[in-house]
Design a protein around this ligand. Structure first.
Ligand SMILES: [Zn+2]
Length: 452
């Protein structure tokens, strides 16, 4: 931080709400807060003194830092369920998560909602950032997903114990739901996450019924709200999104198969939807050859359904939030956080301004502790600000190139933009392979050859 009181930023101001941008705008910061936003000609004289460092670059937009509504800071870019649930000691996972948190911040993401952690890594990373030890976004942390035998993450054979490193906890009775919520709240989660359905990534024919009953969803929502937290559901099937919305869940993840009944319940109970289409679109683009459920065709079907159903939900007035799913290998940290906005424009028909709103102010509704202090350029809020070359309301893709941003401010200070050095992997992170293939005997040569 300079010796100055703060900064005077000039340019086109996009404030994160749906207010029309201010062409000839200015934003003033003091310490870690924004103190003034408006039209530059109306700037009060007190902010034109030398006490404020002026940043006035031609053709720039000034907007809030991105607020990503769905990341997993503890997943380490895992490629498989095994990698995420079994391998890598918790201590090393935590170190990795701190490393990746900086990359997320350097992509212009100044706040993020973590949609399920392994162990309690998420809380530790959040607190390490908040106490000033490491660089990263302001984090809101969901605990391990509450799941059952029909939910996501109960993916290992029934002959083995449910792995302690899984990003979920296996629930067997209604009483256990209450106990799991109370334990997670004791362990300082910000939010409760429930696995309401399965997923094409993991289970064939995954998009059938709901993992939990309406009664069970109600128990979860009531206890979570009683303890002052918010609850989200992983809901890819029609029934899971409907029942969770009826039970009063705050946030419905994915909701690809939401129908009119689901939309009605979401509107009635003021639920928001966070689709995370980036994961599916990236999986399609990666064009993996895997046959069956996790093949490209299944993801393509889901995106097609989601584009129809979510468009209807959005038109009906259900708020749609932008989340990237960063943390899995199809969505590595620091690279794809702004792609969801482009998908919202291309697939859901949002305007770029609506898409920016969905990736800044809107997701702050998931952030109970500090949501009212971020996500918008407004006096009193934290100065979490991007200075972006060009105009993202004309071309939303500009936000996918954070290296081009002139400044990323978090709490009134420009962040360190030096990329973390590339890391190497430890042998214990992924899987334990004896040999990558089968060493078959070749009668002609009398030797062996490696066959995949
Ligand atoms: Zn997720």
């Amino acid at each position: 931080m300079s010796q100055k009181k703060g900064y005077l930023l000039k340019g086109k101001v996009i404030d994160g709400s749906l207010n029309p941008p201010i062409d000839n705008g200015a934003v003033v910061t003091e310490g870690e807060r924004i103190v003034w936003v408006g039209r530059a000609p109306a700037l009060p004289a007190q902010y034109t003194t030398a006490a404020y460092e002026v940043i006035d670059l031609p053709g720039r937009c000034i907007m809030p830092g991105l607020v990503d509504a769905h990341i997993h800071i503890s997943f380490g870019e895992a490629r498989t369920e095994e990698e995420n649930a079994l391998y890598t000691p918790v201590e090393f996972r935590t170190a990795k998560a701190l490393y990746y948190a900086k990359k997320v911040l350097q992509a212009g993401v100044t706040s993020a909602f973590d949609a399920a952690t392994t162990y309690a890594v998420g809380q530790a990373v959040r607190d390490a950032i908040d106490t000033g030890m490491f660089d990263g976004p302001r984090l809101t942390i969901s605990g391990k997903q509450l799941t059952n035998h029909q939910g996501l993450e109960d993916s290992f054979p029934s002959t083995m114990e449910f792995p302690i490193g899984q990003s979920a906890v296996l629930i067997k009775t209604k009483e256990d739901l209450i106990e799991a919520i109370r334990l997670q709240v004791k362990d300082e989660v910000d939010a409760i996450k429930v696995s309401g359905s399965n997923d094409n990534l993991i289970t064939p024919d995954a998009l059938g019924s709901s993992a939990f009953t309406l009664e069970e969803f109600r128990i979860i929502a009531d206890e979570t709200h009683r303890l002052g937290k918010i609850c989200s559901v992983h809901a890819r099937s029609r029934d899971s999104v409907l029942e969770a919305a009826r039970a009063g869940f705050d946030n419905l993840f994915h909701a690809s198969y939401i129908d009119d009944e689901g939309i009605e319940a979401a509107l009635k109970n003021k639920c928001v939807i966070t689709p995370t289409l980036t994961l599916l679109v990236n999986l399609i683009d990666a064009n993996q050859e895997t046959a069956g459920a996790s093949g490209t065709a299944a993801f393509r079907r889901e995106v097609e359904a989601a584009s129809v159903n979510l468009k209807r939900a959005y038109a009906a007035g259900v708020p749609i939030l932008a989340g990237s799913e960063s943390g899995w290998s199809p969505v590595p940290y620091g690279q794809w956080h702004a792609r969801e906005m482009q998908i919202f424009v291309d697939v859901l028909g949002m305007t770029p301004l609506q898409a920016i709103h969905a990736n800044t102010l809107l997701p702050t509704c998931l952030m109970k502790r500090y949501g009212h202090e971020v996500g918008k350029l407004e006096a009193g809020r934290f100065a979490d600000i991007l200075v972006v070359p060009g105009d993202p309301t004309a071309d939303i893709r500009l936000l996918q190139k954070p290296k081009n941003f002139d400044f990323i401010f978090k709490g009134g200070e420009p962040i360190d933009r030096t990329p973390p050095r590339p890391r190497r992997r430890k042998w214990y992170e992924r899987q334990k392979v004896f040999l990558n293939g089968v060493f078959e005997y070749d009668e002609e040569t009398g030797g062996g050859k490696l066959v995949q």
